[in-house]
Design a protein around this ligand. Sequence first.
Ligand SMILES: [Fe+2]
Ligand SMILES: [Fe+2]
Length: 277
Amino acid sequence: MCWSSLKKKRQEFIHLPFFKFLQNRSIDLKKRASGIPFWAHFVMSFKDLNAYVLREEPTTDPIQVMINQHTYEDASHWVWYVKDLDVLGIDYSLRFTDALRFLWSEETQRARQLSYDLLRLCASQTEPVLRLVIVEAIEATGTTALSEGLVQLSQELQELTHKRSLYFSDHHLRVETGHIQAGLENGDEEQFFGSIQLTDAQRIKAFELVETVFEYFTRFYDGLLAYSQKHYLDCPFPKGYGVPQSEAEFAHSEIAGDLDSLYLEPQLLAQQPAGRK
Ligand SMILES: [Fe+2]
Ligand SMILES: [Fe+2]
């Protein structure tokens, strides 16, 4: 299959600046952990990617059967993330409108971009074997991120809070073997993937898909690093930390201001000073 290409990409991926940032204990832990809310859109969309895009039932294709089985596991991990937010105290009361603005803000754009890029990539591949390549590449990025810094982060947070998180922890790493979760015993994967025969065209496409998945996750982690450098775990949301509004958010509030006039009754609007209409 494209086993060697996955291994090679994984070796490059471990050098991402975000993982160095996570591993650097001289940086305040609350800064290194401040990006946890940034993940929200991606984690919740990943549930939908598995349930509504990757899963195709009924099927008689043996690889699609494996993919389907895998989607039931992966579509359930968002529960750990939501619970972690609660356990780690990142569960502030926000107005619903502020929550929407946060999730769709410029500062979390890279998280949304990853959700959309993966949805598009998976939907564009209808051959199960090529979808399997995408799933394997996603799994490889996930286990790499956990072992290259996220598990350490969760252990440090546990020392600080005396509470155990699951999504970013060794618990998640134990569930994710780095491969599709579909009844394969540890150690059987290499043999299984080695036995899959690809045509030349499929092999070329598979290499391209692996490259693309790693590129998407690289952009995500670069965005997460930029976000984390500007925030702090105790006030992880842009407004709470007093970060100057980004240009897009200024534009957003100007649009919202203009909209105010549209919500006024016509007779009230007529009473407004000229500049406010
Ligand atoms: Fe997972
Ligand atoms: Fe997974």
